[in-house]
Ligand binder design. Structure first.
Ligand code: NAD
Length: 546
Protein backbone atom coordinates (compact mmCIF):
# COMPACT_ATOMS: atom_id res chain seq x y z
CA UNK A 1 0.00 0.00 0.00
CA UNK A 2 1.39 3.44 -0.90
CA UNK A 3 1.69 5.82 2.03
CA UNK A 4 0.29 9.32 1.81
CA UNK A 5 2.17 12.23 3.32
CA UNK A 6 0.08 15.13 4.52
CA UNK A 7 0.40 17.86 7.13
CA UNK A 8 -2.04 18.30 9.98
CA UNK A 9 -4.02 21.55 10.38
CA UNK A 10 -6.00 23.31 13.03
CA UNK A 11 -6.24 23.50 16.80
CA UNK A 12 -6.81 19.81 17.66
CA UNK A 13 -3.97 18.31 19.69
CA UNK A 14 -3.04 14.64 19.34
CA UNK A 15 -0.29 15.04 21.96
CA UNK A 16 -0.39 16.17 25.57
CA UNK A 17 1.23 19.55 24.87
CA UNK A 18 1.67 21.93 21.96
CA UNK A 19 5.42 21.39 22.28
CA UNK A 20 5.12 17.69 21.43
CA UNK A 21 2.35 18.33 18.87
CA UNK A 22 4.64 20.87 17.19
CA UNK A 23 7.43 18.32 16.81
CA UNK A 24 4.96 15.76 15.46
CA UNK A 25 3.67 18.24 12.85
CA UNK A 26 7.23 19.14 11.88
CA UNK A 27 8.09 15.45 11.44
CA UNK A 28 5.02 15.04 9.20
CA UNK A 29 6.03 18.18 7.34
CA UNK A 30 9.57 17.09 6.44
CA UNK A 31 8.11 13.95 4.90
CA UNK A 32 5.32 15.82 3.10
CA UNK A 33 7.82 18.16 1.41
CA UNK A 34 10.72 15.67 1.25
CA UNK A 35 12.25 14.15 -1.88
CA UNK A 36 11.61 10.42 -1.29
CA UNK A 37 9.31 10.09 1.74
CA UNK A 38 8.56 6.39 1.13
CA UNK A 39 12.18 5.77 2.10
CA UNK A 40 12.12 8.52 4.76
CA UNK A 41 14.59 10.52 2.64
CA UNK A 42 14.08 14.26 2.99
CA UNK A 43 16.93 15.63 0.84
CA UNK A 44 20.65 15.40 -0.08
CA UNK A 45 20.39 11.78 -1.28
CA UNK A 46 20.40 10.12 2.16
CA UNK A 47 19.24 12.75 4.69
CA UNK A 48 16.54 10.86 6.61
CA UNK A 49 13.73 11.87 9.00
CA UNK A 50 14.07 8.63 11.00
CA UNK A 51 16.15 5.42 10.92
CA UNK A 52 13.41 3.21 9.51
CA UNK A 53 9.61 2.91 9.58
CA UNK A 54 9.40 1.13 12.96
CA UNK A 55 11.54 3.94 14.44
CA UNK A 56 9.34 6.54 12.79
CA UNK A 57 6.15 4.94 14.11
CA UNK A 58 7.61 4.64 17.62
CA UNK A 59 8.63 8.32 17.58
CA UNK A 60 5.10 9.29 16.54
CA UNK A 61 3.53 7.11 19.24
CA UNK A 62 5.89 8.47 21.90
CA UNK A 63 5.26 12.11 20.98
CA UNK A 64 1.54 11.40 21.32
CA UNK A 65 1.74 9.77 24.72
CA UNK A 66 4.66 11.44 26.56
CA UNK A 67 4.09 13.97 29.34
CA UNK A 68 5.37 17.53 29.12
CA UNK A 69 7.93 16.92 31.88
CA UNK A 70 9.59 14.11 29.93
CA UNK A 71 12.30 14.04 27.26
CA UNK A 72 12.47 11.72 24.26
CA UNK A 73 16.00 10.56 23.40
CA UNK A 74 16.77 9.81 19.73
CA UNK A 75 19.99 8.17 18.49
CA UNK A 76 20.58 8.29 14.72
CA UNK A 77 16.90 8.44 13.93
CA UNK A 78 15.86 5.70 16.37
CA UNK A 79 13.99 6.47 19.60
CA UNK A 80 15.92 5.06 22.54
CA UNK A 81 13.76 5.99 25.50
CA UNK A 82 11.82 8.56 27.47
CA UNK A 83 13.23 10.10 30.62
CA UNK A 84 11.61 12.10 33.38
CA UNK A 85 13.06 15.62 33.28
CA UNK A 86 11.05 18.81 33.92
CA UNK A 87 8.71 21.12 32.05
CA UNK A 88 11.45 23.46 30.85
CA UNK A 89 13.70 20.67 29.57
CA UNK A 90 13.70 19.82 25.83
CA UNK A 91 10.89 17.54 24.67
CA UNK A 92 13.41 15.80 22.44
CA UNK A 93 17.21 15.53 22.26
CA UNK A 94 19.01 13.84 19.39
CA UNK A 95 22.47 12.73 18.39
CA UNK A 96 22.51 11.72 14.72
CA UNK A 97 25.38 10.12 12.83
CA UNK A 98 28.25 11.06 15.14
CA UNK A 99 31.16 8.67 14.52
CA UNK A 100 34.45 8.69 16.39
CA UNK A 101 37.15 10.66 14.50
CA UNK A 102 39.33 7.95 12.90
CA UNK A 103 36.25 5.86 12.07
CA UNK A 104 34.22 8.67 10.49
CA UNK A 105 34.57 7.49 6.89
CA UNK A 106 31.99 7.01 4.12
CA UNK A 107 32.81 3.27 3.84
CA UNK A 108 32.07 2.71 7.56
CA UNK A 109 28.93 4.78 7.35
CA UNK A 110 27.53 2.70 4.45
CA UNK A 111 28.38 -0.52 6.30
CA UNK A 112 26.77 0.59 9.56
CA UNK A 113 23.78 2.02 7.73
CA UNK A 114 23.25 -1.36 6.04
CA UNK A 115 23.38 -3.02 9.46
CA UNK A 116 20.78 -0.46 10.60
CA UNK A 117 23.08 0.97 13.29
CA UNK A 118 23.16 4.54 12.06
CA UNK A 119 21.34 6.98 9.86
CA UNK A 120 22.26 10.42 8.51
CA UNK A 121 20.00 13.32 9.43
CA UNK A 122 21.48 15.78 6.92
CA UNK A 123 21.25 19.13 8.65
CA UNK A 124 17.52 19.69 8.96
CA UNK A 125 16.06 16.31 7.93
CA UNK A 126 16.72 14.15 10.99
CA UNK A 127 15.60 16.89 13.37
CA UNK A 128 12.45 17.74 11.38
CA UNK A 129 13.34 21.34 10.54
CA UNK A 130 13.38 21.19 6.74
CA UNK A 131 10.75 23.44 5.13
CA UNK A 132 11.21 22.49 1.47
CA UNK A 133 13.43 24.19 -1.12
CA UNK A 134 12.26 27.53 0.25
CA UNK A 135 14.53 26.99 3.28
CA UNK A 136 17.64 27.57 1.25
CA UNK A 137 16.20 30.10 -1.14
CA UNK A 138 17.08 33.31 0.64
CA UNK A 139 20.67 32.11 1.12
CA UNK A 140 20.97 31.40 -2.61
CA UNK A 141 19.32 34.71 -3.45
CA UNK A 142 21.64 36.61 -1.07
CA UNK A 143 24.70 35.02 -2.71
CA UNK A 144 23.50 36.14 -6.16
CA UNK A 145 22.85 39.65 -4.78
CA UNK A 146 26.33 39.86 -3.19
CA UNK A 147 27.89 38.77 -6.50
CA UNK A 148 25.78 41.36 -8.31
CA UNK A 149 26.99 44.09 -5.92
CA UNK A 150 30.61 43.07 -6.24
CA UNK A 151 30.83 42.34 -9.96
CA UNK A 152 27.80 43.58 -11.89
CA UNK A 153 26.79 47.03 -10.57
CA UNK A 154 24.11 45.40 -8.41
CA UNK A 155 22.15 44.32 -11.47
CA UNK A 156 21.83 40.81 -12.89
CA UNK A 157 19.45 41.74 -15.74
CA UNK A 158 20.95 40.25 -18.89
CA UNK A 159 23.36 38.03 -16.90
CA UNK A 160 23.71 34.25 -17.30
CA UNK A 161 23.92 31.89 -14.29
CA UNK A 162 24.91 28.29 -15.04
CA UNK A 163 24.27 25.71 -12.34
CA UNK A 164 23.22 22.09 -11.82
CA UNK A 165 21.09 20.01 -9.45
CA UNK A 166 17.36 20.49 -8.90
CA UNK A 167 16.99 18.43 -5.73
CA UNK A 168 15.71 19.32 -2.27
CA UNK A 169 18.11 22.21 -1.86
CA UNK A 170 19.34 22.83 -5.39
CA UNK A 171 15.72 23.17 -6.51
CA UNK A 172 15.73 26.69 -5.03
CA UNK A 173 18.35 27.90 -7.53
CA UNK A 174 16.14 28.68 -10.55
CA UNK A 175 13.69 30.67 -8.43
CA UNK A 176 16.47 32.51 -6.58
CA UNK A 177 18.13 33.30 -9.94
CA UNK A 178 14.87 34.57 -11.34
CA UNK A 179 14.22 36.70 -8.26
CA UNK A 180 17.70 38.20 -8.75
CA UNK A 181 16.65 38.97 -12.38
CA UNK A 182 19.18 36.66 -14.07
CA UNK A 183 18.81 34.10 -16.88
CA UNK A 184 19.48 30.80 -15.09
CA UNK A 185 20.22 27.44 -16.70
CA UNK A 186 20.00 24.38 -14.40
CA UNK A 187 21.33 21.02 -15.56
CA UNK A 188 19.63 18.05 -13.88
CA UNK A 189 20.04 14.35 -14.66
CA UNK A 190 16.69 13.18 -13.25
CA UNK A 191 13.62 14.22 -15.31
CA UNK A 192 11.37 13.67 -12.29
CA UNK A 193 13.20 16.41 -10.36
CA UNK A 194 12.72 18.83 -13.27
CA UNK A 195 9.03 17.98 -13.32
CA UNK A 196 8.69 18.48 -9.56
CA UNK A 197 10.36 21.94 -9.58
CA UNK A 198 8.12 23.01 -12.47
CA UNK A 199 5.00 21.76 -10.68
CA UNK A 200 5.76 23.77 -7.54
CA UNK A 201 6.63 26.86 -9.55
CA UNK A 202 10.36 27.04 -8.81
CA UNK A 203 11.39 26.40 -12.44
CA UNK A 204 9.75 28.03 -15.45
CA UNK A 205 10.62 26.03 -18.58
CA UNK A 206 12.34 22.83 -19.68
CA UNK A 207 14.48 22.83 -22.84
CA UNK A 208 14.58 19.73 -25.04
CA UNK A 209 18.33 19.96 -25.71
CA UNK A 210 21.37 22.17 -25.11
CA UNK A 211 20.85 24.18 -28.31
CA UNK A 212 17.33 25.11 -27.28
CA UNK A 213 18.43 25.85 -23.70
CA UNK A 214 21.19 28.21 -24.82
CA UNK A 215 18.86 29.91 -27.32
CA UNK A 216 16.35 30.59 -24.54
CA UNK A 217 19.07 31.92 -22.26
CA UNK A 218 20.65 34.12 -24.93
CA UNK A 219 17.28 35.53 -26.00
CA UNK A 220 16.40 36.37 -22.37
CA UNK A 221 19.83 37.98 -21.90
CA UNK A 222 19.41 40.13 -25.01
CA UNK A 223 15.97 41.25 -23.78
CA UNK A 224 17.30 41.63 -20.20
CA UNK A 225 14.44 39.43 -18.99
CA UNK A 226 14.79 36.95 -16.12
CA UNK A 227 14.19 33.30 -17.02
CA UNK A 228 14.85 29.89 -15.48
CA UNK A 229 15.49 26.98 -17.83
CA UNK A 230 15.90 23.31 -16.86
CA UNK A 231 17.83 20.88 -19.04
CA UNK A 232 17.94 17.13 -18.49
CA UNK A 233 21.53 15.94 -18.74
CA UNK A 234 24.74 15.30 -16.88
CA UNK A 235 26.58 18.41 -15.69
CA UNK A 236 29.96 16.68 -16.12
CA UNK A 237 29.23 16.50 -19.86
CA UNK A 238 27.25 19.67 -20.38
CA UNK A 239 29.56 22.12 -18.56
CA UNK A 240 32.56 21.12 -20.74
CA UNK A 241 30.32 21.27 -23.83
CA UNK A 242 29.23 24.85 -23.05
CA UNK A 243 32.87 25.82 -22.43
CA UNK A 244 33.92 24.19 -25.71
CA UNK A 245 31.29 26.27 -27.52
CA UNK A 246 32.99 29.34 -26.09
CA UNK A 247 29.88 30.45 -24.24
CA UNK A 248 31.02 31.93 -20.93
CA UNK A 249 28.33 32.42 -18.26
CA UNK A 250 28.60 35.37 -15.86
CA UNK A 251 28.18 33.15 -12.79
CA UNK A 252 28.84 29.40 -12.46
CA UNK A 253 28.15 27.08 -9.55
CA UNK A 254 26.79 23.59 -8.91
CA UNK A 255 24.39 22.01 -6.45
CA UNK A 256 24.32 18.38 -7.47
CA UNK A 257 24.69 16.02 -4.51
CA UNK A 258 28.41 15.75 -5.32
CA UNK A 259 29.21 15.14 -1.67
CA UNK A 260 28.00 11.52 -1.97
CA UNK A 261 29.57 9.53 -4.81
CA UNK A 262 27.37 6.49 -4.19
CA UNK A 263 23.85 7.69 -3.42
CA UNK A 264 24.09 11.25 -4.77
CA UNK A 265 26.25 12.14 -7.73
CA UNK A 266 25.62 10.41 -11.08
CA UNK A 267 28.81 9.89 -13.10
CA UNK A 268 28.54 10.85 -16.78
CA UNK A 269 29.61 7.32 -17.71
CA UNK A 270 26.30 5.89 -16.39
CA UNK A 271 22.61 6.45 -16.95
CA UNK A 272 20.53 7.29 -13.88
CA UNK A 273 19.12 3.73 -13.83
CA UNK A 274 22.54 2.10 -14.17
CA UNK A 275 23.99 4.22 -11.37
CA UNK A 276 21.06 3.32 -9.11
CA UNK A 277 21.48 -0.39 -9.83
CA UNK A 278 25.17 -0.26 -8.78
CA UNK A 279 24.49 1.38 -5.41
CA UNK A 280 24.06 -1.70 -3.26
CA UNK A 281 26.82 -3.99 -4.48
CA UNK A 282 29.24 -1.90 -6.53
CA UNK A 283 29.95 1.18 -4.48
CA UNK A 284 33.61 1.09 -5.52
CA UNK A 285 32.69 1.50 -9.21
CA UNK A 286 30.47 4.48 -8.47
CA UNK A 287 33.12 6.09 -6.25
CA UNK A 288 35.78 5.72 -8.94
CA UNK A 289 33.62 6.87 -11.85
CA UNK A 290 31.99 9.62 -9.77
CA UNK A 291 35.35 11.08 -8.86
CA UNK A 292 36.55 10.95 -12.49
CA UNK A 293 33.34 12.65 -13.57
CA UNK A 294 33.77 15.38 -10.96
CA UNK A 295 37.27 15.95 -12.31
CA UNK A 296 35.67 16.85 -15.69
CA UNK A 297 32.97 18.87 -14.00
CA UNK A 298 35.33 20.98 -11.87
CA UNK A 299 37.92 21.32 -14.65
CA UNK A 300 35.19 22.96 -16.73
CA UNK A 301 34.26 25.22 -13.77
CA UNK A 302 37.93 26.27 -13.53
CA UNK A 303 37.92 26.85 -17.30
CA UNK A 304 34.95 29.20 -16.90
CA UNK A 305 36.76 30.94 -14.04
CA UNK A 306 39.85 31.48 -16.21
CA UNK A 307 37.63 32.97 -18.91
CA UNK A 308 36.09 35.48 -16.48
CA UNK A 309 33.03 33.81 -14.92
CA UNK A 310 32.43 34.33 -11.21
CA UNK A 311 32.61 30.72 -10.02
CA UNK A 312 31.82 29.50 -6.52
CA UNK A 313 31.31 26.24 -4.62
CA UNK A 314 27.76 26.01 -3.27
CA UNK A 315 28.48 23.74 -0.34
CA UNK A 316 28.59 20.20 -1.77
CA UNK A 317 32.26 19.07 -1.46
CA UNK A 318 32.67 19.10 -5.25
CA UNK A 319 36.12 20.73 -4.93
CA UNK A 320 37.20 18.18 -2.33
CA UNK A 321 36.42 15.23 -4.63
CA UNK A 322 38.06 17.01 -7.58
CA UNK A 323 41.21 17.63 -5.57
CA UNK A 324 41.27 14.00 -4.42
CA UNK A 325 40.95 13.08 -8.11
CA UNK A 326 44.02 15.15 -9.02
CA UNK A 327 42.67 18.64 -9.81
CA UNK A 328 45.37 20.47 -7.87
CA UNK A 329 43.85 23.95 -8.24
CA UNK A 330 40.25 22.92 -7.37
CA UNK A 331 40.35 25.18 -4.32
CA UNK A 332 40.96 28.22 -6.55
CA UNK A 333 37.17 28.16 -6.60
CA UNK A 334 36.00 29.92 -3.43
CA UNK A 335 33.25 28.56 -1.21
CA UNK A 336 30.10 30.71 -0.92
CA UNK A 337 30.25 31.12 2.84
CA UNK A 338 33.74 32.56 3.01
CA UNK A 339 33.38 34.52 -0.22
CA UNK A 340 30.02 36.16 0.38
CA UNK A 341 28.34 35.45 3.71
CA UNK A 342 30.95 35.51 6.50
CA UNK A 343 30.46 39.21 7.38
CA UNK A 344 26.80 38.37 8.01
CA UNK A 345 27.59 35.30 10.13
CA UNK A 346 29.97 37.45 12.25
CA UNK A 347 26.84 39.27 13.42
CA UNK A 348 24.91 35.99 13.69
CA UNK A 349 22.79 37.06 10.72
CA UNK A 350 21.76 33.77 9.18
CA UNK A 351 18.92 31.56 7.93
CA UNK A 352 16.25 31.83 10.64
CA UNK A 353 12.86 30.21 9.95
CA UNK A 354 9.37 30.07 11.38
CA UNK A 355 6.62 27.61 10.58
CA UNK A 356 2.86 28.10 11.09
CA UNK A 357 1.75 24.97 12.93
CA UNK A 358 -1.88 25.92 12.27
CA UNK A 359 -1.20 25.33 8.53
CA UNK A 360 -2.80 28.75 7.95
CA UNK A 361 -0.87 30.89 5.40
CA UNK A 362 -2.48 34.01 6.89
CA UNK A 363 -0.34 33.50 10.03
CA UNK A 364 2.83 33.85 7.97
CA UNK A 365 1.47 36.95 6.24
CA UNK A 366 0.70 38.56 9.60
CA UNK A 367 4.26 37.84 10.75
CA UNK A 368 5.56 39.34 7.47
CA UNK A 369 3.58 42.50 8.28
CA UNK A 370 5.12 42.66 11.74
CA UNK A 371 8.64 42.30 10.33
CA UNK A 372 8.13 45.01 7.70
CA UNK A 373 6.82 47.38 10.35
CA UNK A 374 9.38 46.49 13.03
CA UNK A 375 12.53 46.53 10.91
CA UNK A 376 11.86 49.13 8.18
CA UNK A 377 15.57 50.04 7.93
CA UNK A 378 16.81 46.48 7.57
CA UNK A 379 16.93 46.33 3.78
CA UNK A 380 18.03 42.66 3.64
CA UNK A 381 14.82 41.77 5.47
CA UNK A 382 12.33 44.19 3.92
CA UNK A 383 13.53 43.56 0.38
CA UNK A 384 13.41 39.82 0.97
CA UNK A 385 9.97 39.68 2.59
CA UNK A 386 8.45 41.74 -0.22
CA UNK A 387 10.02 39.43 -2.82
CA UNK A 388 9.23 36.22 -0.95
CA UNK A 389 5.58 37.21 -0.55
CA UNK A 390 5.22 37.60 -4.25
CA UNK A 391 7.42 34.80 -5.53
CA UNK A 392 7.94 31.98 -3.04
CA UNK A 393 5.15 29.40 -2.98
CA UNK A 394 4.51 27.65 0.32
CA UNK A 395 5.39 23.95 0.47
CA UNK A 396 3.84 21.88 3.26
CA UNK A 397 3.20 23.90 6.42
CA UNK A 398 3.38 27.60 5.55
CA UNK A 399 6.79 28.89 6.59
CA UNK A 400 9.12 31.79 6.05
CA UNK A 401 12.86 32.20 6.17
CA UNK A 402 14.66 35.49 6.72
CA UNK A 403 18.28 36.31 7.50
CA UNK A 404 17.88 37.94 10.90
CA UNK A 405 20.64 38.52 13.44
CA UNK A 406 21.30 38.73 17.15
CA UNK A 407 18.47 40.46 19.01
CA UNK A 408 16.24 40.62 15.94
CA UNK A 409 15.52 36.90 16.10
CA UNK A 410 14.54 37.02 19.77
CA UNK A 411 12.44 40.14 19.18
CA UNK A 412 10.46 38.41 16.44
CA UNK A 413 9.98 35.19 18.42
CA UNK A 414 8.65 37.03 21.47
CA UNK A 415 6.35 39.21 19.38
CA UNK A 416 4.98 36.12 17.66
CA UNK A 417 4.44 34.41 21.01
CA UNK A 418 2.35 37.45 22.03
CA UNK A 419 0.41 37.22 18.77
CA UNK A 420 -0.37 33.57 19.51
CA UNK A 421 -1.45 34.48 23.04
CA UNK A 422 -3.75 37.28 21.90
CA UNK A 423 -5.35 35.12 19.21
CA UNK A 424 -4.01 37.35 16.40
CA UNK A 425 -2.50 34.19 14.90
CA UNK A 426 -4.61 31.08 14.47
CA UNK A 427 -2.10 28.74 16.13
CA UNK A 428 1.40 28.29 17.56
CA UNK A 429 4.53 28.88 15.51
CA UNK A 430 7.80 26.92 15.58
CA UNK A 431 11.12 28.78 15.32
CA UNK A 432 14.22 27.11 13.99
CA UNK A 433 17.25 27.78 11.82
CA UNK A 434 19.56 26.02 9.42
CA UNK A 435 22.53 24.27 11.05
CA UNK A 436 24.63 26.32 8.64
CA UNK A 437 24.51 29.24 11.02
CA UNK A 438 27.02 31.26 13.03
CA UNK A 439 27.31 29.13 16.16
CA UNK A 440 25.95 25.85 14.86
CA UNK A 441 28.52 24.36 12.54
CA UNK A 442 32.10 23.21 12.03
CA UNK A 443 32.52 22.27 8.35
CA UNK A 444 36.06 23.03 7.19
CA UNK A 445 35.33 22.77 3.45
CA UNK A 446 32.10 24.74 3.63
CA UNK A 447 31.11 26.86 6.62
CA UNK A 448 34.42 27.36 8.39
CA UNK A 449 36.88 27.28 5.50
CA UNK A 450 39.87 29.61 5.99
CA UNK A 451 38.80 30.91 9.37
CA UNK A 452 41.07 33.79 10.33
CA UNK A 453 42.52 31.98 13.35
CA UNK A 454 42.83 28.59 11.62
CA UNK A 455 40.07 27.01 13.74
CA UNK A 456 38.26 25.55 10.67
CA UNK A 457 38.02 21.93 11.88
CA UNK A 458 37.43 22.48 15.59
CA UNK A 459 34.01 21.06 16.44
CA UNK A 460 33.74 22.38 20.01
CA UNK A 461 31.51 25.19 18.81
CA UNK A 462 28.48 23.16 17.66
CA UNK A 463 28.77 20.96 20.76
CA UNK A 464 28.76 24.03 23.01
CA UNK A 465 25.86 25.34 20.99
CA UNK A 466 23.81 22.20 21.65
CA UNK A 467 24.66 22.15 25.36
CA UNK A 468 23.74 25.81 25.71
CA UNK A 469 20.49 25.23 23.83
CA UNK A 470 19.53 22.48 26.31
CA UNK A 471 20.47 24.75 29.22
CA UNK A 472 18.42 27.50 27.62
CA UNK A 473 15.29 25.33 27.40
CA UNK A 474 14.92 24.83 23.64
CA UNK A 475 12.20 22.29 22.77
CA UNK A 476 14.37 20.16 20.47
CA UNK A 477 18.17 20.05 20.38
CA UNK A 478 20.18 17.94 17.94
CA UNK A 479 23.84 17.23 17.33
CA UNK A 480 24.56 15.99 13.80
CA UNK A 481 27.69 14.86 12.03
CA UNK A 482 28.15 14.06 8.36
CA UNK A 483 27.00 10.77 6.86
CA UNK A 484 27.51 9.25 3.39
CA UNK A 485 30.03 11.37 1.52
CA UNK A 486 30.02 13.95 4.33
CA UNK A 487 31.33 11.38 6.86
CA UNK A 488 34.18 12.94 8.80
CA UNK A 489 33.69 16.35 7.19
CA UNK A 490 31.42 18.14 9.64
CA UNK A 491 29.57 18.48 12.94
CA UNK A 492 26.62 20.77 13.55
CA UNK A 493 23.81 21.54 15.96
CA UNK A 494 20.16 22.40 15.48
CA UNK A 495 17.40 23.81 17.68
CA UNK A 496 13.64 24.21 17.52
CA UNK A 497 11.60 26.32 19.93
CA UNK A 498 7.80 26.56 19.92
CA UNK A 499 5.90 29.80 20.47
CA UNK A 500 2.62 28.47 21.90
CA UNK A 501 1.58 31.76 23.48
CA UNK A 502 2.42 30.74 27.06
CA UNK A 503 4.66 32.60 29.51
CA UNK A 504 6.89 29.51 29.70
CA UNK A 505 7.33 29.62 25.93
CA UNK A 506 8.34 33.28 26.17
CA UNK A 507 11.05 32.31 28.65
CA UNK A 508 12.26 29.46 26.45
CA UNK A 509 12.33 31.66 23.34
CA UNK A 510 14.07 34.51 25.16
CA UNK A 511 16.91 32.35 26.44
CA UNK A 512 17.42 29.78 23.73
CA UNK A 513 17.27 32.13 20.76
CA UNK A 514 19.35 34.86 22.41
CA UNK A 515 22.00 32.40 23.57
CA UNK A 516 22.13 30.69 20.18
CA UNK A 517 23.00 33.94 18.40
CA UNK A 518 25.25 35.15 21.27
CA UNK A 519 27.40 32.06 20.88
CA UNK A 520 27.51 32.61 17.11
CA UNK A 521 28.86 36.14 17.53
CA UNK A 522 31.33 34.94 20.19
CA UNK A 523 32.62 32.20 17.85
CA UNK A 524 33.58 34.78 15.21
CA UNK A 525 34.83 37.32 17.77
CA UNK A 526 37.04 34.57 19.17
CA UNK A 527 38.42 33.95 15.66
CA UNK A 528 39.35 37.63 15.37
CA UNK A 529 36.70 39.06 13.04
CA UNK A 530 36.15 42.81 13.58
CA UNK A 531 32.47 42.66 12.58
CA UNK A 532 31.91 40.23 15.46
CA UNK A 533 33.83 42.28 18.04
CA UNK A 534 31.83 45.28 16.89
CA UNK A 535 28.59 43.33 17.42
CA UNK A 536 29.78 42.24 20.88
CA UNK A 537 30.31 45.89 21.82
CA UNK A 538 27.10 47.18 20.21
CA UNK A 539 24.77 44.54 21.61
CA UNK A 540 26.37 44.08 25.04
CA UNK A 541 27.23 40.41 24.46
CA UNK A 542 29.32 39.12 27.37
CA UNK A 543 32.21 37.69 25.36
CA UNK A 544 35.41 37.23 27.35
CA UNK A 545 38.13 38.54 25.05
CA UNK A 546 41.56 37.13 25.94
P1 NAD B 1 19.41 16.13 -3.64
O1 NAD B 1 20.03 14.80 -3.52
O2 NAD B 1 18.00 16.33 -3.20
O3 NAD B 1 19.52 16.63 -5.15
C1 NAD B 1 20.71 16.55 -5.91
C2 NAD B 1 20.33 16.56 -7.38
O4 NAD B 1 21.51 16.48 -8.19
C3 NAD B 1 19.47 15.37 -7.76
O5 NAD B 1 18.28 15.86 -8.30
C4 NAD B 1 20.33 14.59 -8.74
O6 NAD B 1 19.54 13.96 -9.74
C5 NAD B 1 21.21 15.67 -9.33
N1 NAD B 1 22.47 15.16 -9.91
C6 NAD B 1 23.33 14.26 -9.36
N2 NAD B 1 24.39 14.10 -10.16
C7 NAD B 1 24.21 14.90 -11.23
C8 NAD B 1 24.99 15.19 -12.37
N3 NAD B 1 26.17 14.63 -12.56
N4 NAD B 1 24.50 16.08 -13.27
C9 NAD B 1 23.30 16.66 -13.08
N5 NAD B 1 22.52 16.44 -12.01
C10 NAD B 1 22.98 15.57 -11.08
O7 NAD B 1 20.39 17.14 -2.89
P2 NAD B 1 20.08 18.64 -2.39
O8 NAD B 1 19.34 18.59 -1.10
O9 NAD B 1 19.51 19.45 -3.49
O10 NAD B 1 21.55 19.15 -2.05
C11 NAD B 1 22.51 19.29 -3.11
C12 NAD B 1 23.88 19.53 -2.53
O11 NAD B 1 23.93 20.80 -1.88
C13 NAD B 1 24.25 18.49 -1.48
O12 NAD B 1 25.60 18.16 -1.59
C14 NAD B 1 23.97 19.21 -0.19
O13 NAD B 1 24.67 18.71 0.90
C15 NAD B 1 24.40 20.62 -0.55
N6 NAD B 1 23.74 21.65 0.28
C16 NAD B 1 24.19 22.93 0.26
C17 NAD B 1 23.53 23.89 1.01
C18 NAD B 1 23.91 25.32 1.04
O14 NAD B 1 23.53 26.03 1.96
N7 NAD B 1 24.61 25.80 0.04
C19 NAD B 1 22.44 23.58 1.79
C20 NAD B 1 22.01 22.29 1.77
C21 NAD B 1 22.63 21.35 1.00
Amino acid sequence: MTKTFTVTSGPELRCKSWRAEALLRLLENVLAVGEDPDNLVVYAALGRAARDWPSHDAIVETLKTMEEDETLVVQSGKPIGVMKTHKQAPICVMANCNMVGQWAKAENFYEWEKENLICWGGLTAGDWQYIGSQGVIQGTYEIFCRIAERHFDSDLHGRFILTAGLGGMGGAQPLAGRMANAATLCIEIDPERIKKRMEIGFLEVEAKDLDEALDMIQKAMAEKKPISVGLCGNAAEIYPEILARDIIPDIVTDQTSAHDLVYGYIPHTRSLEEARSLREDHKDILMKEGQASIVNHVTAMLGFQERGSVVFDNGNLIRTHAKNGGVEDAFNIPVFTEAFLRPLFCRAIGPYRWIALSNDPEDIRKIDDYLLERFPDNKIVTNWIALARENVPFEGLPARIAWLGHGERTDLALAVNDMVKSGHLSGPVAFTRDHLDAGGMAHPNIMTENMRDGSDAIADWPLLNAMMSCSSMADLVAIHSGGGGYSGYMTSAGITVVADGSDEAAERLQHSITNDTSLGVMRYADAGYEEATDEVAKKGIRHIAL
